[in-house]
Design a protein around this ligand. Structure first.
Ligand code: NAD
Ligand code: DAU
Length: 355
């Protein structure tokens, strides 16, 4: 099937992946109204979407998915025909410090959206309705040195973050099984690229290297992640949204595994070249620090289902994507300075508090 929705709600669209998804949908589907609902936490930043200001098919709504009555009223008023749900607390280290924030947004917030979609769609059956939940490969837990996560791998989350995402996935499937809500889920590996908040490994390392600060590597740097360029994830979301079979789950990954320490050495080389420093300068900043609690050893995705069924594949080699990412962060140092200053939070709080 090829869905042709008229009114999509995208949650978390001011964040890293959400901003790429919103941009893609607003630009590729001009006859579709795209609503971006975001609380603008520390991770949400409207300057990620400056280029969409004034577009007639785009609207930003500031709001919290934890606020059930606000969400119900919004669905009642706008009558969205579909939802792409990305809003979440997304950083594992923060989940270790404050697990309840993750339960509230990732679990309660998701259930609030499911309830609102169910109420809004129950009296109006349409094959355009879809609740698309964007999730993570971390729900599957950790792999040893071999093997890949498939769509049928049993859930085994280890961090409060992954436990909250696993819980939200279960609720989404339960609403499909119990109430017949039309849902799809995708579970993706580590994303990288422009507009990622510099608490995550790659932008944190770029920011620290630029300022000659230590680059913290947890443990021995032997943990493995499968990296995917964020624009390729947005393309996969677009395909799944328009063509996926209701009730299905798709794994998305780059088939691109890197040990953290090897990735950081590659990044250091690129930084030296782009900053015109002598090769070896940035690598001196690598500092091994205490390991993350419950640190998963290895994630790796079998993405053959989406490749075969929807003909998706990543467009970029990792070296190209990393080079482009470094260039973007160095050319957009204002963005990096702004999101690390804390000022923008205050600015947006003032700007939107009376809306
Ligand atoms: P992010 O932290 O950059 O962005 C999250 C966005 O959600 C922010 O704009 C934030 O303001 C918003 N938000 C948070 N709490 C909210 C609330 N209560 N109400 C409304 N908005 C709220 O996250 P990201 O890295 O872009 O991840 C987006 C989604 O993709 C998440 O669901 C995450 O679990 C999933 N995911 C991320 C990755 C990755 O590598 N980053 C990989 C796989 C899946
Ligand atoms: O796998 C998908 C997940 O990828 C997403 O669901 C999460 O939202 C996203 O944050 C990411 O989780 P990770 O924990 O894998 O990403 P992070 O960038 O925090 O860490 C990547 C690896 O680097 C991990 O093994 C921990 C390590 N690390 C991280 C930081 C921030 C360090 O060694 N030093 C650091 O300072």
């Amino acid at each position: 099937m090829h869905r042709k929705p008229n009114k999509i709600l995208i949650t978390g669209g001011a964040g890293f992946i959400g901003s790429h998804v919103v941009r893609r949908f607003v630009k590729s589907y001009p006859s579709c109204q795209v609503f971006n609902l975001d609380k603008l936490t520390y991770a949400g930043n409207l300057s990620n979407l400056r280029d969409l200001e004034g577009k007639s098919n785009y609207q930003f709504i500031k709001g919290d998915i934890v606020d059930a009555s606000f969400i119900e009223a919004l669905f009642e008023k706008e009558k969205f025909d579909s939802v792409i749900h990305l809003a979440a607390e997304s950083h594992v280290d923060r989940s270790i410090e404050a697990p309840l924030d993750f339960v509230m947004t990732n679990v309660i917030g998701t259930v609030n959206l499911l309830n609102a979609a169910r109420n809004s769609w129950k009296s109006n059956d349409s094959d355009q309705h879809l609740f698309y939940h964007v999730s993570t490969d971390e729900v599957y837990g950790t792999l040893g040195n071999t093997g890949l996560f498939t769509e049928s791998t049993a859930y085994d989350p280890h961090s409060p973050y992954s436990a909250s995402k696993a819980s939200s996935d279960h609720f989404v499937r339960a609403y499909n099984d119990t109430y017949g809500l039309p849902v799809v889920i995708s579970n993706c590996s580590n994303n990288y690229g422009p507009f990622q908040f510099p608490e995550k490994l790659i932008p944190l390392a770029i920011h620290n290297i630029k300022h000659n600060r230590p680059v913290p590597i947890y443990g021995k740097g032997e943990n493995v992640r499968d990296w995917l360029y964020v624009v390729d994830h947005a393309a996969a979301i677009d395909l799944i949204f328009h063509r996926a079979v209701i009730g299905k789950t798709y794994n998305i990954g780059g088939h691109n595994e890197w040990k953290n320490i090897d990735l950081i050495h590659l990044l250091c080389k690129i930084m030296d070249r782009q900053l015109k420093r002598t090769e070896g300068t940035s690598a001196k900043l690598i500092t091994f620090v205490k390991d993350r609690a419950g640190h998963d050893l290895r994630y790796a995705i079998d993405s053959s289902l989406i490749r075969q069924e929807l003909n998706w594949e990543p467009s970029l080699q990792f070296e190209q994507g990393l080079e482009a990412t470094v260039t973007w962060y160095l050319e957009n140092s204002n963005w990096l300075d702004q999101v690390t200053s804390g000022d923008y939070l205050h600015y947006y709080e003032q700007q939107y508090q009376h809306r």
